[in-house]
Design a protein around this ligand. Structure first.
Ligand code: ADP
Length: 215
């Protein structure tokens, strides 16, 4: 089974992907994580991605699709797509890729969170660069301040989590990614979860229920 997690920046896609990996043995394909890895390795791909990421803009489709295509030559089932696709062009490219491999997207989970909550979450977000878990400066500090509970790595603030970049990212989401809701709705594989301020565990249970329904 392949699942897409769709939602605005800060909607909790990464956290749900992490749960699905830990509890259901899925494999997470996060384009954001792959791009940040390329950036920290300073590869030519990373240098190219940085130009866009540091401005809160989407990395062009031909680069992003290339990254996913390369990844899927090795792994192409049991995937959680986290942060991909983000444009109709990417969604069409993914369909074509899966088609060729005789695979498909079985479920799209749209995590719906109101904007005020997104802003509040992103403005306090601190992340572990090693395991990618995220914390919050006010609501969810790790046991030892600024040190990851799981692997003891010092936590960082993502450079694109600044208020100005966040504003751009939310605008980009509204303009370019939201159209994917109707793209997948038409295929009848989209399920919307009203997240509000509910706990990540609560949302995870809903995702599991939706997975059961399509088994
Ligand atoms: P968030 O969901 O909080 O924005 P991500 O790690 O998914 O975090 O994305 C961070 C940034 O990486 C995006 O703002 C964008 O610049 C780039 N990026 C990630 N995924 C994609 C994608 N599918 N298409 C284009 N750019 C992407």
């Amino acid at each position: 089974m392949n699942i897409i997690l769709l939602g605005a920046p800060g909607s909790g896609k990464g956290t749900q992907a992490e749960y699905l990996v830990e509890r259901q043995k899925f494999i997470q394909l996060s384009t954001g994580d792959l791009m940040r890895k390329a950036m920290s390795d300073k590869t030519s791909l990373g240098i190219e991605c940085e130009k866009y990421i540091s401005n809160g803009q989407l990395v062009p489709d031909y680069i992003t699709n290339g990254i996913v295509n390369e990844y899927m030559q090795k792994v192409n089932d049991n995937l959680i797509f986290d942060g991909y696709p983000r444009t109709v062009n990417q969604a069409e490219f993914l369909d074509e890729m899966l088609n060729k491999l005789n695979k498909k997207i079985n479920l799209v989970i749209f995590i719906d969170v109101e904007e005020s909550i997104l802003v509040e979450r992103i403005s306090g977000r601190i992340v572990c660069p090693t395991c990618k878990r995220s914390y919050h400066k006010i609501n969810k500090m790790p046991k030892i301040k600024w040190i990851c509970d799981f692997d003891a790595t010092p936590l960082i603030v993502r450079s694109d989590d600044s208020p100005e970049k966040t504003k751009t990212r939310l605008e980009v989401y509204s303009k370019q990614t939201k159209t994917l809701i109707s793209y997948y709705e038409k295929r009848n594989i989209l399920r919307q979860i009203h997240a509000g301020n509910r706990s990540a565990d609560d949302i995870y249970s809903e995702i599991e229920k939706e997975m059961e329904l399509i088994k």
